[in-house]
Design a protein around this ligand. Structure first.
Ligand code: NDP
Length: 442
């Protein structure tokens, strides 16, 4: 790196995109090829897309923004975020700025332990089948690891087995379910493929040991042994805004937390806000965001009721936020080393391990949530949201270039952020103005 990486880039949003690229290139040693990726010039080529998925007919783009100001465990991170929704990037950056001034986020993460499931049927007595499987623990571990010796060499691999006997669900056949869990350390990989290979690999031995028949052999996306946690502690004075003292803003945030804890209808929206940040960062970093989503929501239901993934309370003059959720991420595997845009984003993230990435994502989720509950618990989100949404409305109505901002401002001033109003505004322009606004020949 040519200069220290800081995520505190004051005035970044006011720079042209070219100037933003220059700033990034300087700070992160990005080369012309990296910049070409950001500019969309060297983006994912149809030939590569054709190798990545089936029936490929092209590629599809999303805006890529940078979450700024994030500091986690004393280190600054710039967070690439791929998202179509206005306000997500601004919210993370805004919240992270308040948190960094209060000392930044503190985060931790579990070891990269995942579960592979093997479903056994027709095993006879569940206690006896369980005993036989545990008795063969060493043989099962050795067999699982024989399918991926390189993972063992780098310190990972199958570490343990567990047998679970689950009550039979309602249905015509009453056999309890017997599920063997392979407990696998996937190191810097999300791990799905290697887990599935191991789960399929041990199935014949489990059948042989028990006389049963194996059906499903696949990882679980409820990665509850691979949790990431982030916390922040903000002095109440730092929350003062909208002509309200910090204590009142904090009370609104606390009430938002209580609401989400008590009510799944609210918790779903609370968690959607968290995933706005995490999914955007996950897409940009080439992660399987469906897996992250599945894990997050299953974890949110762990005590039988759907709950918020983050909570807030006031403690001796500080607002304290905490988030905890499964984070099955990789710095290798899937599209990570294949997709050229992901590689540039990984450079920008400047991380060394999947665990480091997990902590960043947890902090991004908490930052996103902070921005949402801060507005929701005080003036509401529509004011800020509509100002950003207005740009999208202006573009939909046909505005282009500098005029997007101008029409958006007029829409907000008029208090009427609607496409039809934007069309009306464009139509009221002189012919010359109209050409400038829409980039057309009139
Ligand atoms: P890959 O199989 O693509 O890659 C992981 C491999 O990378 C490892 O097996 C390992 O192979 C190699 N590797 C190199 N360096 C490291 C390191 N430091 N730590 C760990 N591994 C390393 O990916 P995953 O197994 O992670 O699977 C993720 C993919 O699976 C995603 O694309 C996901 O979408 C998909 N998937 C997800 C499912 C789900 O979530 N339910 C189901 C099925 C697929 P080696 O040891 O040989 O070098």
């Amino acid at each position: 790196m040519s200069e220290t990486v800081t995520s505190r880039l004051a005035g970044f949003h006011k720079l042209s995109m070219v100037a933003r690229h220059e700033k990034l290139a300087q700070m992160l040693n990005l080369d012309d090829a990296d910049l070409a990726q950001l500019q969309g010039i060297g983006a994912l080529q149809p030939g590569l897309a054709n190798q990545m998925i089936e029936n490929a007919v092209g590629t599809f783009s999303l805006p890529l923004g940078l979450g700024l100001n994030l500091q986690v465990n004393g280190k600054d991170y710039l967070v690439p975020m791929a998202v179509e929704e206005p306000s997500v990037v601004a919210a993370v950056s805004f919240a992270s700025k308040i948190v960094r001034e209060a000392g930044g986020f503190t985060a931790e993460t579990d070891e990269p332990i995942m579960v592979g499931q093997v479903q056994l049927t027709g095993y006879g007595d569940p206690t006896e089948a369980t005993r036989k499987i545990y008795a063969a623990r060493e043989a099962l571990l050795a067999l699982a690891n024989s399918f991926h010796p390189s993972m063992v060499k780098r310190g990972g691999g199958c570490r343990d087995i567990e047998v679970r006997v689950l009550p039979a669900p309602e249905g015509p056949r009453g056999e309890p379910l017997l599920v063997v869990h392979l407990i696998i350390d996937t190191q810097d990989a999300m791990g799905a493929n290697l887990i599935n290979t191991m789960a399929e690999g041990v199935a014949p031995l489990i059948e042989q040991l028990t006389g049963g028949r194996v059906f499903l052999r696949i990882l679980s996306n409820l990665a509850d042994r691979r949790l990431a946690r982030a916390t922040c502690r903000i002095p109440l004075e730092a929350l003062a805004d909208f002509d309200m003292p910090g204590s009142v803003i904090a009370e609104g945030i606390y009430q938002a937390s209580r609401f989400a804890l008590a009510d799944p209808y609210r918790a779903a929206t609370h968690n959607k806000g968290i995933m706005n940040g995490i999914d955007s960062a996950a897409i940009a970093a080439g992660q399987d965001w469906r897996a992250i989503e599945a894990g997050a929501h299953a974890f949110a239901c762990r005590d039988g009721q759907y709950r918020p993934l983050s909570t807030w309370h006031v403690d001796e003059g500080f607002l304290v936020g905490r988030i905890e959720l499964p984070m099955a991420l990789g710095t290798v595997g899937g599209p990570i080393k294949v997709h050229p845009g992901v590689q540039v984003n990984m450079k920008i993230l400047n991380i060394t391990s999947a665990r480091e990435l997990s902590m960043i994502f947890a902090a991004v989720g908490l930052a996103q949530n902070f921005a949402a509950v801060r507005a929701l618990g005080s003036i509401g989100i529509q004011k800020g949201h509509m100002a950003l949404h207005a740009r999208c409305v202006a573009v939909t109505a046909g505005a282009r270039g500098d005029w997007v901002e101008k029409i958006a401002e007029l829409l907000v001033t008029a208090g009427h952020v609607k496409v039809e109003k934007a069309r009306e505004l464009i139509a009221s322009l002189s012919e010359e103005d109209f050409r400038a606004a829409t980039g057309t020949e009139g």
